[in-house]
Design a protein around this ligand. Structure first.
Ligand SMILES: [Zn+2]
Length: 115
């Protein structure tokens, strides 16, 4: 006898089978996929908020260097960004979609709008 990991019922079958039926197998995997998708949705929300926040900061400060603390006070979450852009002159930009910033050594950032 084996125990189904979805419905917990006992069933006859090879001992390496984890599910009593195709339906239990599907339920189990659909649930796992939904959990993974909700993680993606959460991260997308943070990225979107970061993008909005950088736009607000850009409207106020343009490309003047500002402290990362100021950005964080506006709601920027520095753990999340979409990619790193390396400019032809060797400068590194942290990007949120089309908007990015250059890091200065004094914890200041300089926002750049990519055209
Ligand atoms: Zn089952």
């Amino acid at each position: 006898m084996s125990t189904c990991i979805e419905c917990k019922k006992e069933f006859d079958g090879r001992s390496n089978r984890k599910f009593c039926s195709i339906s239990c197998k599907n339920k189990f995997h659909n649930y796992r996929n939904r959990e993974k998708e909700s993680t993606v949705v959460e991260i997308n929300k943070i990225l979107h908020k970061n993008w909005i926040t950088l736009h607000k900061l850009y409207d106020v400060y343009r490309s003047s260097p500002i402290s990362m603390d100021v950005a964080e006070a506006y709601g920027y979450n520095k753990k999340y960004f979409t990619h790193i852009h390396n400019s032809p002159v060797g400068e590194k930009y942290t990007m949120i979609y089309d908007l990015g910033f250059k890091n200065h050594i004094d914890n200041k950032i300089q926002i750049i709008l990519m055209e």
